[in-house]
Design a protein around this ligand. Structure first.
Ligand SMILES: [Zn+2]
Length: 231
């Protein structure tokens, strides 16, 4: 089974850090089990991969765990544990503290983004001793504002800042820029903008590289993205 990944140079250059944003294996579709097995096998020499039961909420779980928690962000502060996020349009976000060798993986769809899940994850790292200015962030592949047409009712969930993240679409309905909203939240919580990196791929535009829930429907595959310090 093949595994294709997008990587961010700023994270690849951190000693001991293992990371990758999942891509589809090729023209066909792997089952979700096949994808997960391919990722587990690829990272096995670096550590154990832990995934969440993602529910589009704002809970942050601390790895390792015995029972898979319902959460949409995971912290790993011990070497040898990699935390993973499954997506097919939602934005995977990684936060890395090279000083403490701590990481967070975040699942940011529109609900999580409106609930400031990435802010919650930074706060959880800070509670453990991280400084926001030390963090390196990476926004992975997700559906772009080019393709993410939404209903007007979503504006309310984003409050007074909504105008910055919604733009009028060609069909008259607004398009949401999840990437910009998360970048803004990271900056507001003290992550330096020059330390926030971006894969900048739209999962819906790039059918050659990604599964997309919007494009392909709910039965489509899932990409697994992972981050952690090897043990
Ligand atoms: Zn697009």
């Amino acid at each position: 089974m093949s595994l294709r990944l997008a990587r961010v140079t700023a994270l690849s250059s951190l000693p001991g850090l293992v990371h990758g944003f999942g891509q589809r294996a090729g023209p066909g579709q792997q089952t979700r089990e096949e994808t997960l097995e391919a990722v587990r096998a690829a990272v096995a020499e670096n550590g154990r991969l832990l995934l969440l039961r993602q529910v589009h909420g704002t809970a942050v779980a601390q790895a390792p765990w015995e029972e898979t928690p319902e959460a949409d962000a995971a912290l790993a502060t011990d070497p040898g544990f990699l935390v993973g996020i499954a997506t097919a349009d939602c934005l995977p976000v990684f936060l890395v503290d090279p000083r403490r060798r701590a990481v967070a993986a975040v699942h940011a769809g529109w609900r999580g983004t409106a609930g400031r899940i990435v802010t919650r994850a930074v706060e959880a790292l800070v509670a453990g001793g991280s400084r926001p200015a030390d963090l390196v962030a990476a926004l992975g592949p997700g559906i772009g504002a080019c393709c993410y047409e939404v209903g007007d009712e979503l504006r309310a969930a984003f409050g007074p800042e909504a105008d910055a993240f919604f733009r009028p679409g060609p069909g008259g309905r607004p398009h949401l820029d999840v990437r910009a909203a998360n970048a803004r939240q990271l900056e507001e919580v003290g992550v330096r903008p020059e330390r926030t990196h971006d894969v900048e791929h739209c999962t819906s535009c790039r059918a050659d590289l990604y599964y997309s829930y919007r494009r392909d429907g709910p039965a489509t595959g899932r990409m697994i993205s992972f981050v952690g310090f090897g043990g």
